[in-house]
Ligand binder design. Structure first.
Ligand code: SF4
Length: 671
């Protein structure tokens, strides 16, 4: 029997459930207070449908419950997990789940949302809850089990110190399998701002240091398991709509075409296809090893996803525990790996080892694999000791485990690049070194600490050097990377053999999409100066994160299945009526719901001290060779002002006006 089991909660839940069950929802959000070991239930109907789902509802709860002065590592901070109305159904990619809270984030702590796929969100719904609010702080390590409306808070001292795989195995053994578990590893236990919350074999809420906040609360894991479901208004119609959508999302024009290539095959010629600093002709080692049986590669997917964008990797020699990776997980690792192994012309093993080790230690992969570390090495900012073996497996073996424990060689950057570079800038006696540190810093992060893809990625991937990216990066929008990809360079091209990516036909297609949706003559990233497109794209980020669809798939502008390769950007709204019985058009999703949620989030950030100055990049960014030819600071500011105005925010300050708050039903935020 657990120490803190609450048998009474189940009865309460059963009684309330019948009163509250709405189409698409279980009707209940569970609140767990770790200090007092008590729980309560909030009816989902308090927030839905006005705030639609995931990010919309979670940000509303944040507004109501987390005042601006609250510190990230404090008992008063909360972890607010929220699914969407589609979650737990067969709607494609609907498994995603938003987490918001006061992020442990440099240079300034702030409201932030993070989003994970996998299976945890649907399992939470099957266990009887649409969302989960974790508050307070336990004195001793605990873990939570939520099963069919029942809650247990259990002692986790025996789990403390285990990696994320070991933790999940132990809890699965206890529960007889079939649970879905979100947990932290050593990085989270040590309250690091690089700490992620990991679920399954590699999905994570990585951004915002929420793993470190979970560790601060002494919460090791949240296991969810259940046999419930959500009510569907018109199941037959929903099934038909989903089958049609899955065809559009799937990758073949007709059944006679060969199946999509393996993601490993896609990676094989990666150096030839990209501008990444990887020597051409470098061989993707994992693919060769797969042929010889040294490693098994397969496809793996989040719940209800017909795409399956991750590769599962299982080494015969148990080089690293099996797990899955996405191409983005390889991004920065392979650059540093190629740096060390270039003389051998091979890459793959070390990148995978490092990426998988980050998952096991509970790190946010991107804190180490993004290019800041490579740039710091190239500019001579790392201690000399590292220079002879930078990028090798030995390097990562020394760095990652010790960074998670804050000792040994990795203790110089347990919290990632931002504090490491700030330390050089603030304390070095060498002016040249200081300058290099600040350049690397400004090239990788915006003023608010979110990643700047325009400066960091724009050199090698043209879609990040776009006007759209100016807006998305400037506002610190964390879902920005996928959206720029989706518009300029559809993410699914590499799994669609029939898709004419990179051909004149594709560019004509892209231009015709730009013409229809935003009245643009062409969709060349650097020329598509359009407020209409920026507002549309930002709304789409919000719609994805609120209905909890995957931004690697939606908005579906293109399709390999149709003869003209046009997708169906209105797909999200088509799922709403058969699921809920309500008619909400895509236009309403944009103009009412997304605008309301975005404006609410803007108010949260303004309340926390954000100003329009935070929306403009560091001056250094405008000096970068691949930026200065097309974007000046004046141009960026003028674009931002036009954007504020079109959102109904004050043109100068970027603060939502009283008028727009009232129009959007946010009158209570006015004061
Ligand atoms: S496309 Fe990939 S990340 Fe998105 S839901 Fe599908 S499997 Fe998950």
């Amino acid at each position: 029997m657990c120490a803190f089991a609450q048998p009474g909660l189940y009865l309460l839940f059963k009684k309330e459930q019948s009163l509250r069950k709405m189409f698409g929802w279980t009707g209940n959000i569970l609140r767990v207070n770790l200090t007092e070991k008590r729980s309560s239930i909030i009816p989902t109907v308090h927030y839905a449908p006005k705030f639609l789902g995931g990010r919309g509802i979670a940000s509303r709860i944040y507004w109501e419950e987390i005042p601006p002065e609250i510190k990230s590592l404090s008992e008063e901070n909360k972890l607010i997990f929220m699914t969407g109305p589609f979650c737990g159904t067969i709607i494609p990619t609907s498994s995603r789940t938003t987490l918001v809270g006061k992020a442990n984030f440099k240079p300034k702590e702030r409201y932030l949302s993070s989003n994970a796929g996998g299976h945890w969100g649907p399992a939470l719904k099957f266990a009887g809850f649409d969302g989960l609010i974790i508050e307070g702080k336990s004195i001793k390590p605990v873990y939570i089990i939520i099963e069919n409306g029942n809650l247990e808070i259990k002692n986790a001292e025996k789990l403390w110190g285990l990696n994320t795989l070991e933790t999940q195995i132990r809890i699965q053994d206890e529960l007889g399998g079939e649970a879905s578990i979100a947990c932290i590893g050593p990085a989270g236990e040590n309250c690091l701002e690089t700490g992620a919350i990991i679920t399954g074999d590699g999905d994570s809420w990585g951004h915002g240091g929420f793993g470190g906040i979970m560790g601060f609360k002494n919460l090791k894991a949240i296991a969810v398991k259940g046999t419930g479901g959500v009510k569907v208004f018109d199941p037959k119609c929903l099934l038909e709509t989903v089958l049609k959508a899955n065809r559009l999302i799937s990758r073949r024009i007709d059944e006679n075409e060969p199946p999509a290539p393996h993601r490993g095959q896609m990676l094989k010629n990666f150096p030839e296809k990209t501008n990444f600093p990887i020597p051409k002709g470098t061989t993707f080692l994992l693919e060769d090893e797969a042929k010889s049986g040294e490693v098994r590669l397969g496809l793996t997917a989040c719940q209800s996803c017909p795409v399956g964008c991750a590769i599962s990797v299982d080494f015969k020699d148990h080089f690293v525990p099996p797990g899955s990776v996405r191409c983005a997980d390889f991004g920065g690792w392979m650059v540093s790996e190629a740096e060390f192994y270039k003389h051998k012309g091979l890459w793959g093993r070390t990148a995978h080892w490092a990426s998988r080790t980050c998952d096991l230690l509970g790190f946010n992969n991107y804190e180490f694999c993004d290019k800041w570390l490579y740039q710091a090495y190239k500019k001579g900012l790392l201690p000399d000791f590292f220079n002879s073996f930078f990028g090798s497996q030995e390097f990562w073996e020394q760095i990652l485990p010790s960074a998670a424990r804050k000792d040994g060689a990795g203790k110089i950057f347990p919290n990632g690049g931002k504090p490491f570079l700030s330390e050089i800038f603030n304390n070095s006696d060498d002016p040249e070194k200081k300058l290099k540190a600040i350049q690397v810093f400004y090239q990788n992060w915006n003023k608010d600490g979110t990643v700047n893809y325009l400066a960091e990625g724009g050199e090698i991937e043209p879609e990040y050097a776009s006007v759209l990216q100016v807006i998305l990066d400037g506002l610190g929008e964390t879902g920005n990377r996928a959206m720029a990809h989706q518009i300029y360079n559809p993410s699914l091209y590499h799994t669609a053999p029939s898709f004419p990516y990179g051909t004149p036909e594709f560019f004509n297609l892209r231009d015709s999409v730009g013409q229809d949706l935003w009245g643009l003559e062409n969709l060349d990233p650097k020329n598509s100066w359009s407020i209409r497109m920026a507002v549309w794209a930002l709304n789409e980020v919000i719609i994805c994160n609120t209905l909890e669809l995957c931004a690697l798939v939606f908005p579906l502008l293109y399709s390999a299945y149709t003869q003209d390769h046009r997708g169906d950007p209105d797909l999200p709204s088509r799922f709403i009526r058969p699921l809920t019985g309500e008619n909400i058009s895509q236009e309403e999703l944009h103009n009412v719901f997304a605008k309301r949620i975005l404006t609410q989030e803007r108010m949260i950030l303004i309340r926390e001290g954000r100003t329009s100055d935070d929306d403009v990049f560091h001056d250094h960014v405008f000096q970068l060779p691949w930026v200065k030819t097309w974007l000046s600071k004046e141009k960026a500011i003028s674009f931002l002002k036009d954007f504020y105005e079109s959102m109904g925010w004050d043109r100068e300050s970027g603060i939502p006006t009283r008028k727009v708050l009232i129009e959007l039903g946010l009158g209570d935020l006015v004061s």
